[in-house]
Design a protein. Sequence first.
Length: 202
Amino acid sequence: MPNSKIITLYNWALLCSLATFVACANVVIPSGGEKDSQAPFVVASKPANKKTNHISNEIVIEFNEYFKLINPSENVIISPPQSVSPSFRIRGKKLYIGFNDTLLKEVTYILFFNSCVVDINEGNVLDDYSFVFSTGSILDTNKVSGRIVTAPFLEAGKNVFVGVYEFSNGNDFYNRKPKYVCKSDDNGYFSLEHLSMKDFQL
């Protein structure tokens, strides 16, 4: 009989302990951590950015996180332009760019990514990223920049394409493709870098 009382008291004490534990426990939803506010950035590339004597038809750019490419056929601007658009493939964190047109000799090429590299989770955008390489032994270093305003109120010309043409005495440049192309930002400013040492029309 005493043993029975001891067991009963033990069970009662255990039950009270469990009840107290359940009452004190709070259900907490696990936190997902701080929101990612950083845009993807480049950690490696092949060739290196601003590489000279590049002859391969492929470029590989690796980012620090998984990303997506928004309308690359429209938002990746190549100067000088090519007759056939390049191909774009994403594998993991790497972007593979394949040139389907012949690269000209002794020419500096600029690939401007017009806010089209975006991370998968939060949609953070990589702004104003350019990849430059030369098929010759030097990189061209000339530059032209400015601001576009629209009439009659002189408002900023947002996302306007700016073309630079090789100089001609006539107006036939309207029938030719521009040698270099860029797009103005939200405030109307534009900048074209790595132009060759020639006379151009804007």
